[in-house]
Ligand binder design. Structure first.
Ligand code: HEM
Length: 540
């Protein structure tokens, strides 16, 4: 046989092609099928694997079918079939835990609090958010706290945590209260125009007010400019969400000049430019005022941006500094992570108080007793205990983040976890984990037989007495990567609600339809129409 160059080339091509086919076969068929088999043999519930797409088409069918569901009444808190329809359907048939397939990646859905504790706390360094989550988020947020890992994350968190200390946040209550009063004035005007009572769709007013609060508390004196930037960021989120699947699956998709991408590029450029200007201007002013007064604290300002920049100084000795680029990414992160979440917490609390008007009245009595007609101040907030229990109960039944997105192993030399959910088996390499907080918060073993009822009094003696495990209530997650903004969020929720309770009695409109759904956060599908009555002179 003659070994001509063309024979050698075609043989090499054939070998390359065959090995490509073999590795595709291995990746898309053989490995998932054999893993499925061994997990099933070990006693786990595993959904059938469909080549390439895994369980994704099944998941989408169930989600689409749930889109038309409406619950009969706001006192029906069985929202899991609407909010996490896929998990609910499977767990009703087979229980938790179970494994489904995100493409070729196996995903274990767990709700055992000890297992959750390992993943989020004791072994948190070995697990990170999945690449799909990062692809989507890093386009929006760059490399801020939410999208960083390892040492990078650790340095940022060490600097930023100073900005969220309660004594620092206390200085922001005034700004929060002013924003809440703006909303009250708009609603009072509507009530006056309608002759003493008005129906208002409150969800979008709340969202605007929350945007206002985060812009004011982030940027203080540069508020107007900051608010305009955040408005553009909200548009950017909408646009990226439209192309979410393409963005997270096709490598380099964001560079293709589609109509949406071109809009995104424009927005990204202007957001970037203006945030850099705000940060550099603040640094410049701080430098010149510090030179004038001979240094000292407070020169950066008491808003989040100022606190971020002055926190840098406190850890400078350890040579940890945020670059302007990082500060810009943190500003975007705070808006993204703190705006929708808190808006929806407040919208659901309005639904609960508009339906359980006895709880509304109790909360109002407490607010009037502690504040009379005064605007909320930092020292009032710890005294609003009933309001606190109402917020916790709303966070339990309607957690704005219903599921902690997939965690995967962070490095190749990780040591496998020892999870009860794996029924004695080793966690296979490449397994990801999903933690459905919504289902955890309704687990009757952890919360008792009344887990599906709205009973704020279960929190009367704090979170630990309300449930049977420290990891049963995780609206803000748990462990080192717990939400950095949770004190901020609860503070603004209390300030806004206390202000509303001082000024209005309200109830849900008969037009309200109880249909929560998930679009990253848990939202009311048809808004929250509320009937408002002004309290006026009865306050105090
Ligand atoms: C009711 C309101 C809020 C809820 C329910 C909430 C919930 C959460 C949850 C569940 C996580 C963990 C996500 C995960 O691990 O996948 C998280 C992380 C985070 N949240 Fe919040 N959040 C709220 C408000 C805020 C606010 C107001 C801010 C900032 C001003 C904020 C900033 C962040 C940041 C930066 C992280 C990432 C922390 C890290 O990875 O170290 N959040 N939040």
């Amino acid at each position: 046989m003659e070994w001509s160059p063309s024979f050698i080339a075609s043989t090499a091509c054939l070998i390359a092609f065959s090995s490509l086919l073999l590795s595709l076969f291995k990746h898309f068929f053989w490995e998932p099928a054999s893993l499925s088999h061994s997990l099933l043999r070990g006693g786990l519930v595993v959904l059938p694997y469909s080549p390439i797409v895994g369980s994704v088409s099944h998941l989408k069918r169930v989600r689409d079918a749930a889109a038309s569901l409406v619950l009969p009444s706001p006192s029906d808190h069985h929202i899991a079939p609407l909010v996490l329809p896929f998990y609910t359907r499977i767990s009703l048939q087979a229980g938790l835990p179970f494994v489904y397939w995100w493409g070729t990646q196996p995903r274990l859905v767990i709700s055992d609090p000890d297992d959750i504790k390992q993943i989020l706390s004791s072994r948190f360094k070995d697990y990170k958010r999945s690449d799909i989550t990062y692809k989507f988020l890093s386009r929006l947020l760059g490399k801020g706290l939410l999208t960083s890992e390892g040492q990078d994350w650790h340095n940022q968190r060490s600097i930023l945590r100073h900005a969220f200390f309660p004594e620092k946040l206390n200085g922001m209550v005034d700004a929060m209260s002013k924003c809440a009063m703006e909303m009250v004035k708009t609603w009072e005007k509507a009530v006056e125009e309608e002759g003493g009572q008005a129906e208002v769709e409150v969800a979008h007013h709340i969202k605007d007010t929350m945007a206002d609060i985060i812009a004011r508390t982030s940027f203080g004196s540069s508020y107007e400019k900051g608010k305009a930037v955040f408005e553009r960021q909200a548009q950017l989120v909408e646009l990226i969400m439209q192309d979410l699947v393409l963005n997270s699956t096709i490598p380099g998709y964001k560079y293709i000049p589609t109509w949406i991408n071109i809009q995104c590029w424009r927005l990204e450029k202007s957001i970037e430019k203006e945030l850099v200007e705000i940060v550099e201007e603040r640094r410049r002013v701080a430098r010149s005022s510090s030179a004038a007064v001979g240094g000292g604290n407070g020169v950066y300002g008491e808003d989040l941006l100022g606190l971020m920049l002055s926190s840098e100084e406190q850890v400078e000795a350890r040579r940890m500094m945020l670059t302007t680029r990082q500060v810009v990414d943190e500003c975007k992160t705070f808006f993204f992570a703190g705006h929708e979440t808190t808006s929806h917490l407040l919208a659901w609390t309005m639904v609960m108080l508009g339906h359980y008007v006895d709880w509304q009245e109790r909360a109002r009595q407490e607010v009037l007793q502690e504040l009379a007609a005064l605007p909320p101040a930092a020292h009032h907030l710890p005294k609003l205990k009933i309001l606190n229990t109402i917020l916790y109960e709303t966070l339990r039944l309607y957690p704005p983040v219903p599921e902690l997105g997939p965690r995967v192993e962070a490095s190749s030399d990780y040591k496998s976890l020892d999870l009860k959910s794996m029924k004695g088996m080793q966690v296979p390499k490449g397994m990801s984990f999903s933690i459905p907080l919504l289902l955890l918060h309704r687990d009757k073993e952890l919360w008792g037989d009344d887990a599906d009822e709205f009973r704020p009094e279960r929190f009367n003696e704090g979170i630990t007495k309300a449930c049977k495990h420290p990891c049963a209530f995780l609206p803000f997650s748990f462990g080192p990567r717990t939400c950095i903004g949770q004190n901020f969020a609860l503070m603004e929720a209390k300030v806004v609600l206390a202000t509303l309770l001082q000024h209005f009695r309200f109830r849900l409109s008969p037009n309200y339809m109880h249909a929560p759904f998930t679009a990253i956060t848990v939202r009311p599908r048809y808004g929250v129409p509320i009937i408002l009555d002004s309290i006026n002179s009865t306050v105090g």
